[in-house]
Design a protein around this ligand. Structure first.
Ligand SMILES: Nc1ncnc2c1ncn2[C@@H]1O[C@H](COP(=O)(O)OP(=O)(O)OP(=O)(O)O)[C@@H](O)[C@H]1O
Ligand SMILES: [Mg+2]
Length: 308
């Protein structure tokens, strides 16, 4: 265990960072144990800002890690990570290069399976299913836990066929046109492409390609969308569109986003997890708390640019 000793009593356990998932006296060993207590505590939302309303509304954890270690050969990339990621929220992962942020995302949808030397220890749940259980089909898992990468990676196919791809793989060909349109609308791209759906996707701008990849990810109706620096290769206008889109997506999906842009994390996320060198999750809390009054001196130093 290498947990930060500067954390206070009230937040020593990064699995219990959030007012809305931390039912008192709940059994942390069972990610679904406190589900009954995770009722909406906000009676009407009257007088509260959207952010405040979202903060007070309770939500079940959709991804739960306990004591998660990931190794690549002899290199340990994640060290004893415990976290509960709430549903229908934006959770940001920040930290210096090499601290394990992408590794954590790739653990959640088992993309690490594709790396021969990767080894995962500890517990990781999607809802109440163990992600690394033998019976889990990684392909089916990735349908529920979609991913968007730093560089947009549309297939060399038409715009339409990109969005329809996952549906066709599943044999879902009914209402294809409607689902393609709905996905493009949700990804805030429909207005820009509806008259050229048959054109090749690689002809779109970088920002449009990234929104297309988001449309492709949501077309199969996932629960979670993992985003690994989705805007870092985009200009400010395209970045702002992606940020607006993320806020909208969180109404229907759980978004977990890695970003190197602190302002972006502060702007768009409800929760922030700070990883530091060695693959340690040092602090996880409401985003405002992390940026305004972190418990850990190391987190404060990182956020204020003293290192990293
Ligand atoms: N396929 C791999 N094979 C071997 N080592 C790897 C592999 N992928 C990542 N690592 C190592 O695991 C550690 C964590 O890497 P990871 O890519 O998760 O960091 P990151 O926080 O996403 O960094 P960045 O901000 O630069 O994207 C690093 O030491 C990295 O070198
Ligand atoms: Mg990375």
């Amino acid at each position: 265990m290498s947990r930060d000793t500067t954390q206070t009593e009230s937040s020593t356990d990064p699995t219990e960072p959030s007012t809305d998932t931390a039912g008192s006296g709940t059994d942390a060993a069972d990610p679904s144990a406190d589900a009954d207590q995770l009722v909406d505590t906000d009676p009407g939302g009257g007088g509260l800002s959207e952010r405040e309303r979202r903060e007070t509304a309770a939500t079940e954890p959709v991804v739960t890690a306990r004591g998660l270690d990931v190794y690549y050969g002899d290199t340990q990339a994640l060290d004893d990570v415990s976290i509960r990621i709430p549903a229908n929220r934006v959770t940001a992962m920040i930290g210096p290069s090499g601290c394990g942020k992408s590794t954590f995302l790739r653990s959640i949808n088992r993309m690490n399976d594709l790396v021969d030397i990767a080894r995962v220890d500890g517990e990781l749940f999607f809802q109440d299913a163990e992600i690394y259980a033998d019976e889990v089909d990684p392909v089916a898992l990735r349908r529920q836990v979609g991913m968007v990468f730093q560089h947009p990676n549309p297939f060399p196919k038409s715009i339409y066929d990109n969005v329809a791809y996952g549906l066709r793989v599943q044999g879902r060909t009914d209402d294809l046109d409607a689902v393609v349109e709905e996905s493009l609308r949700k990804a805030a791209l429909w207005e820009e492409v509806n008259d050229r759906l048959d054109e090749t996707a690689t002809g779109l701008s970088g920002g449009q390609q990234q929104r297309l990849c988001i449309a492709r990810a949501i077309a199969v109706d996932p629960e979670v969308i993992l985003m690994d620096e989705p805007a870092s290769a985009l200009d400010p206008v395209a970045t702002s569109k992606i940020e607006d889109l993320i806020a909208e997506l969180a109404e229907s999906y759980t978004v977990v986003i890695v970003t190197h842009n602190m302002q972006q994390a502060a702007r768009i996320s409800d929760r922030t997890a700070v990883f530091l060198t060695g693959g340690e999750l040092v602090e996880y809390d409401r985003t405002e708390k992390i940026f305004e009054n972190p418990e850990s001196q190391r987190v404060e130093d990182y956020i204020t640019g003293k290192f990293g």
